[in-house]
Structures are given as structure tokens and as C-alpha cells.
Design a protein around this ligand. Structure first.
Ligand code: ACO
Length: 327
């Protein structure tokens, strides 16, 4: 049995915010943002929720994969910005797309959310005998960004990406492949490096009032962590799959910073031709960056059956993960 991605889709809100727009709000410049991060613009929701973006990405992935809502057995959404504490974004997506026979829940692993959701989906598909899963990475970070903090507000954007994952019997798919190896990790000791305090901490017994939490980040600590952990994690999936970096067509990396991806390429000793980038258009859309980039590669016809690719991400927690797959 192979677990394969058979369809992809993505969605970003219409409204574009450029670096110059941000320079009108905080003490920054297009030059600073571009040279430090690679970002030129981002898409920001004007009220569209995480579930609405996720559902649109899901519809496009289902259309691309040739499946209908009645085919979906499992919906996992990697997100840290579900519209409500409950229900989950996954249940909202289920309602929106009419996948009434599915079970759905969210996975909280920040920017590693899509990777964690994909790995969880693969395990559940196999162990529960499900056939088709919808794996989504969706985030609306604009609602938890402090728009007066120049050290974080320039980095993020909103969006969603989705993949339809199906378990194929050998007679249905003689090419083999699919998900070949996976690796995930977390280190809660580094939680303070990247945090968004909960917004529901008010309690009348203790006299505390609810206060809005915003993203706080020690940028250089995140940078150092990412350029160490991501290559290590990629090496582990290569070893598990019996491959080396030269066998991989694309490393589809979390789009947090161009310089982080360059540094990962250097450590893996691969050229930037193998590291597709779209951060300049969208910024860091958290759990959505990897599936949005994967969808772009798929729709541009850059993925051929048999290609080996690695998806790898990192995020708050701290968390990290990678998946080796054959298209
Ligand atoms: N515009 C202008 N100046 C700025 C800005 C800005 N937007 N932001 C910070 N600065 C200033 C700082 O105040 C500092 O000024 P000082 O020297 O006078 O004190 C100077 O620029 C340098 O700041 P650094 O933080 O040292 O800049 P650095 O080169 O580290 O770049 C950055 C900052 C881009 C955030 C980088 O550290 C980075 O990308 N880190 C990784 C971030 C990341 O990947 N986060 C992922 C989070 S995703 C998730 O999991 C939710």
C-alpha cells in the first residue's frame, strides 16, 4: 500500500500589503525587509477566517485530485489560528465542504503544522483503514500580530494550502512511492523563543482580565534553531529512505526567511535551484507555506511521477519535521 498525495490546492486572501505599506505604519523600509527576509509583499485577510481560507484550499485540492466530499474520511488542519477555541477549524471545513462522513480535528504545531498533520494523517489512514484524507495547513497570523511591532509584523501573511492524501493498493498504482519516510521533533524547553500568549486567560476569581496575546519572538534564536534542526531532520529522512540529497528534486521548505533557506541549502550542499521559494509574494503564512508552495509546483507541472521531494518545516514549540515522498 502506498500513501500518496493525489491533489493539491491553495488560497490566499485578495488584499495585498506591500513593504512600503508597512513602512507607512512602523519604522521600517522595503530595503530592510527585502534584504533581511526576502519578503516583498504578503496577503492579509480583511475578515475572512482561517476555516474559510482552508475550505477554499480544500475545494481546489479535491478538484485537482478528482475526489468529492463524499470520498473524504479524515480532515486534519495544521493551524494555530482557528477562528474559535472550538469547534476546530477541521470541523468548520467539514461543514463548508460537506464531507459529512469524515472525522476532523486540528493539529497545533505552528509553522510545522502541515508536516505534523501529514504524518498524522498517514498513520491514521493506515491504522484505521481510512482511504482518503484531506490535510490542510491554514493560518491567519494577521489577527495575532502586533501591528506596531516592526520586529514581527513585517514577517507574516495569511493563507491556506491543502493536499488530498489517498491510500492506494498496489494494483491501483504500480509506480509505488508515496510517503517514504518521516521525522518529527519538538523541544518545549525553547517555548519562550516564539510564543503567542492565549487570549482567554481572564478569571474573575483571581481578578485577572483577558488580555489579547500577540506573537513575540527572539528572531536570532529562531534563525539558529532552524538552520541546525531542519538539515538534521532532512538527513534523518534521507537515511530512513536510503537516499542522499543528490537524489532529491526539490526541498520544499517552510518559507520563513530566504536566508534561512539559503543556509539550509549550504548545509545540505545543494544549490538553490533545488529550493523553490515564494516567500517574496506571501511572507510567512505559518502552517500554510509548505502546502501553498507544493501546490504551485504541482500546478506549474514541475512534479513528475517518480520525482523524490522532501517537505520540511519548523516553528513554535519549538517543533520541526520532514517528509520524504515520491510523487
Ligand atoms: N525594520 C527595520 N529595522 C528592524 C526591523 C524592521 N522591520 N526589525 C528589527 N529591526 C532592527 C532591530 O531593532 C535591530 O536594531 P538595533 O541593531 O538598533 O538594535 C536591527 O534591526 C537588527 O535586528 P536583528 O533582530 O538582529 O535582525 P536580524 O538580522 O536577526 O533579522 C529577522 C531579524 C529577520 C527576524 C531574523 O532574525 C529572522 O528571520 N529570524 C527567524 C524568524 C523566523 O523564522 N520566525 C519564524 C516564526 S514562524 C512560526 O513558527 C510562527
Amino acid at each position: 500500500m502506498n500513501t500518496k498525495i493525489i491533489g493539491t490546492g491553495s488560497y490566499v486572501p485578495e488584499r495585498v500589503v506591500t513593504n512600503d505599506d508597512l513602512a507607512d505604519m512602523v519604522d521600517t523600509s522595503d530595503e530592510w525587509i527585502r534584504t533581511r527576509t526576502g519578503i516583498r509583499k504578503r496577503h492579509v485577510s480583511e475578515g475572512e477566517g482561517t476555516a474559510a481560507m482552508a475550505a477554499e484550499a480544500a475545494r481546489r485540492a479535491m478538484e485537482n485530485g478528482g475526489v468529492g466530499p463524499e470520498d473524504i474520511d479524515l480532515i486534519l488542519v495544521g493551524t494555530t489560528t482557528a477562528d474559535d477555541c472550538f469547534p476546530s477549524a477541521a470541523c468548520e471545513v467539514q461543514k463548508a465542504i460537506g464531507a459529512v462522513g469524515a472525522v476532523g480535528f486540528d493539529i497545533s504545531a505552528a509553522c510545522s503544522g502541515f508536516i505534523f498533520a501529514l504524518n498524522t494523517a498517514e498513520a491514521l489512514l493506515k491504522s484505521y483503514g481510512y482511504r482518503t484524507g484531506l490535510v490542510i495547513g491554514a493560518d491567519n497570523l494577521s489577527k495575532i500580530v502586533d501591528w506596531s511591532d516592526r520586529s514581527t509584523c513585517v514577517l507574516f501573511g495569511d493563507g491556506a494550502g491543502a493536499a488530498v492524501v489517498r491510500v492506494l493498493e498496489e494494483e491501483e498504482d504500480r509506480d509505488g512511492g508515496g510517503i517514504l519516510a518521516a521525522d518529527m521533533g519538538s523541544d518545549g524547553r525553547k517555548a519562550e523563543v516564539l510564543r503567542c500568549q492565549s487570549r482567554t486567560m481572564g478569571n474573575f476569581l483571581t481578578g485577572t482580565k483577558p488580555e489579547p496575546g500577540y506573537i513575540t519572538m527572539e528572531g536570532q534564536e529562531v534563525f539558529k534553531f532552524a538552520v541546525k534542526k531542519v538539515p538534521e531532520c532532512i538527513q534523518r529522512v534521507l537515511e530512513k529512505g536510503g537516499l542522499d540529497a543528490g537524489d532529491i528534486k526539490y526541498f520544499v521548505l517552510h518559507q520563513a526567511n530566504y536566508r534561512i533557506c539559503e543556509s539550509i541549502a549550504k548545509r545540505l550542499k545543494v544549490s538553490m535551484d533545488k529550493i523553490p521559494m515564494n516567500i517574496e509574494h506571501y511572507g510567512n503564512t505559518s502552517g500554510a507555506t509548505i502546502p501553498i508552495l507544493l501546490d504551485e509546483l504541482n500546478r506549474e507541472g514541475k512534479l513528475e511521477p517518480g520525482d523524490k521531494i522532501i517537505l520540511a518545516g519548523f516553528g513554535a514549540g519549538l517543533t520541526w519535521g520532514a517528509v520524504l515522498l515520491q510523487w
